[in-house]
Design a binder for this molecule. Structure first.
Ligand SMILES: [Zn+2]
Length: 150
């Protein structure tokens, strides 16, 4: 469209499908979803979903935010029907080797993540299914839950 090159090799371009341009219906669908997401944020609605235990369907969280990249993960501060295992402290993501390394590599990042390196496991208080973890800043990270519309 805005490229002068196109006019010079019209023949070859005619035969090829330009995969960089998405079909219209696909694009607009994405836009709609983005817009809804933005609206819900602007309205100050703090929750992306209601989370339930995958085993007994007990509601474990009413206000959460979906992880930006891992859409099956949710962060929350206020939870219900959760039991925190205070006795067992896990190293985040089960990668203890990175801790000593990171401390040297990026001192600045470490201040942010130092607290969250240690996490406690979180269980459904009704059936004791493990549903996530809580970090040192008391942010709950759910990865074994069933989301539903708030
Ligand atoms: Zn449960």
């Amino acid at each position: 469209m805005d490229s002068p090159i196109n006019s010079q090799k019209t023949v070859s371009d005619d035969d090829e499908i330009d995969y960089s341009v998405k079909p219209e219906f696909y694009d607009s669908d994405l836009d709609d979803k983005d817009e809804l997401w933005m609206i819900s944020k602007r309205d100050g609605r703090p929750s992306d979903a209601v989370l339930s235990c995958p085993a007994c369907f007990t509601t474990v969280c009413l206000e959460c935010q979906r992880h930006e990249q891992y859409v099956t993960q949710y962060r929350a501060v206020f939870v219900v029907n959760c039991r925190v295992d205070k006795d067992t402290v896990l190293q985040e993501k089960g990668m203890p080797s990175k801790i000593g390394k990171r401390r040297r590599d990026s001192e600045m990042q470490e201040t942010d993540s130092a607290e969250s390196e240690k996490v406690n496991r979180v269980f459904c208080s009704a059936c004791s299914t493990e549903i996530g973890v809580v970090d040192g800043e008391e942010i709950y990270h759910f990865f074994n839950v069933i989301p539903s519309e708030p």
